[in-house]
Write a protein that binds this ligand. Structure first.
Ligand code: TGC
Ligand code: FAD
Length: 382
């Protein structure tokens, strides 16, 4: 759907990247999704293909990385999330929350070791910031890193971690005497365990878990040397929030297209439900909000490609586009009537997924306060 002809302002390369991802989602991902969503598993069998198509770390600058623009990264996220938010989550975490900090804050040795493997989908990463008692306020984290000669000893726990149980390496943020540092904690390190979270009604086709660190000894060479202070983990979030702002538009567009098709086919009172004014109003509202969000994402992508990286711009787009997508998913579910509550149609699944997306990477209200602080000059977090 492209009511305002945004595709016309994309380059041939941008359109081609979008087509490639769309084909991958339709041909390879969607046929597997229903089973994985039911089983509560991520389709790990597709990870090498994600790598081969250049969809892991697309805009990250480093060895073995595709080196695409931010706009192309956005288009990729939009198409992945048209499939499912769990698929875009996997790519967001791998790209923005693991590869990006290694490329930005890592040593040459760390970049050489991890980036080519992660870009190819041969290694998977996760990002541990949130803790059981500290979500919106990560500055209060309790996970500790204590220096012991040439090593660090890590103790603590991280909760709600995407890819936790799939990851070969976890970027773990911990507070040391000198401030917050990031560590590359490899699977198999003594004292480091991961546990799955069961019973999710949202993001079922995504792995979510807990990281436990019990006297975990990490050499100094596995600390990210360029990251110091809370700015380190928070800067990674800008990258992932950017991708989410685009991704949410993909989920919303899929809901709209499903509802539009259904409304044309479903008859009540001897006519298609699309002929009723109230149904048309719902469809037009969805189309309008999606179109506005498409313009917002594209302008944000162009700004990021020109070097603008202002935190509140990303927050405004994440906040608007995810809330818009959740509203579209609910409206589409309504237009589908009872059929909307089954897994035969996508809006119910998108709706459940978007309940996570509106919470993670900064809740809707945290982004309200980030933008509020920017325009008033007054921080209202505390
Ligand atoms: P505050 O005092 O404002 O800032 C501390 C330092 O950080 C700097 N900073 C940022 N830098 C870069 N990017 C940002 N977005 C930044 N936000 C703040 C700031 O300038 C300062 O730097 P310095 O050098 O002066 O020290 O920090 P605060 O403790 O008051 O907290 C502010 C707040 C609430 C906005 C922040 O903590 C926040 O964003 N909270 C939300 C937490 C969150 O988003 N967690 C996400 C976890 S990861 C996740 O959800 C992955 S889901 C993945 C998926 O499956 O897709
Ligand atoms: P809380 O911070 O306890 O917030 C609860 C409510 O209080 C919210 O409505 C919030 O808006 C409100 N609130 C809090 N503070 C304020 C305030 N100052 N003013 C007004 N209202 C406020 N984290 C990671 O580190 N890595 C991951 O890979 C990751 N993946 C995730 C995957 C899923 C599926 C989910 C659901 C979460 C994931 N998270 C991850 C965690 C996510 O980032 C947190 O859930 C999020 O930051 C919110 O924290 P919380 O859940 O502890 O909620």
């Amino acid at each position: 759907m492209d009511f305002y002809r945004f595709s016309g302002s994309l380059s041939d390369e941008e359109r081609s990247v979008r087509e490639t991802v769309r084909r991958f989602v339709d041909r390879d991902f969607l046929p597997l999704l229903r089973r994985h969503f039911k089983d509560g598993t991520f389709p790990v069998e597709l990870i090498p293909e994600l790598g081969a198509l250049g969809l892991l770390g697309p805009s990250v600058k480093g060895p073995g990385c595709p080196g695409l623009s931010y706009t192309m990264y956005g288009l990729i996220c939009e198409e992945l999330e048209r499939g499912d938010s769990g698929l875009r989550s996997f790519a967001s975490v791998q790209s923005s929350l693991v590869m990006w900090p290694i490329a930005t804050y890592g040593s040459d040795e760390q970049k050489q070791k991890w980036l080519p493997e992660m870009a190819a989908g041969r290694k998977v990463g996760c990002f541990g910031l949130t803790e059981p008692d500290h979500g919106s306020d990560p500055g209060a984290m309790e996970t500790r890193a204590v220096r012991d000669g040439g090593e660090w000893v890590l103790n603590g726990a991280k909760l709600w971690i995407t890819n936790a149980n799939l990851a070969d390496v976890a970027v773990v943020w911990a507070r040391a005497e000198e401030g917050v540092f990031g560590f590359l904690v490899e699977r198999g390190t003594p004292g480091f365990t991961t546990n799955p979270i069961h019973g999710k009604f949202s993001l079922r086709a995504s792995d979510t878990g807990e990281l436990v660190l019990d006297e975990v000894r990490i050499p100094e060479s596995q600390r990210l040397p360029g990251a110091k202070g809370l700015r380190g983990p928070l800067s990674c979030l800008n990258e992932a929030r950017y991708g989410i702002a685009w991704g949410a538009v993909g989920a919303a567009a899929d809901c709209y297209e499903t509802a539009l098709k259904y409304a044309g086919e479903r008859e009540q009172f001897d006519q298609p439900i699309a002929s009723f004014q109230l149904v048309q109003r719902k469809l037009v509202r969805m189309l309008t909000e999606i179109t506005k969000a498409q313009g917002l994402s594209l302008q944000l992508g162009r700004l990021k490609d020109s070097g603008v990286n202002e935190v509140p711009l990303v927050s405004l787009a994440k906040r608007n586009n995810v809330a818009m997508a959740l509203d579209c998913a609910r409206t589409a579910r309504d237009i589908l009537g009872a059929a909307g509550i089954t897994d035969e149609f996508s809006p119910g699944r998108h709706m459940a997924n978007l309940e996570s997306v509106i919470t993670y990477e900064g809740t809707h209200d945290i982004h309200t306060l980030i933008v509020g602080a920017e325009i008033t000059g007054i921080q209202a977090f505390r």
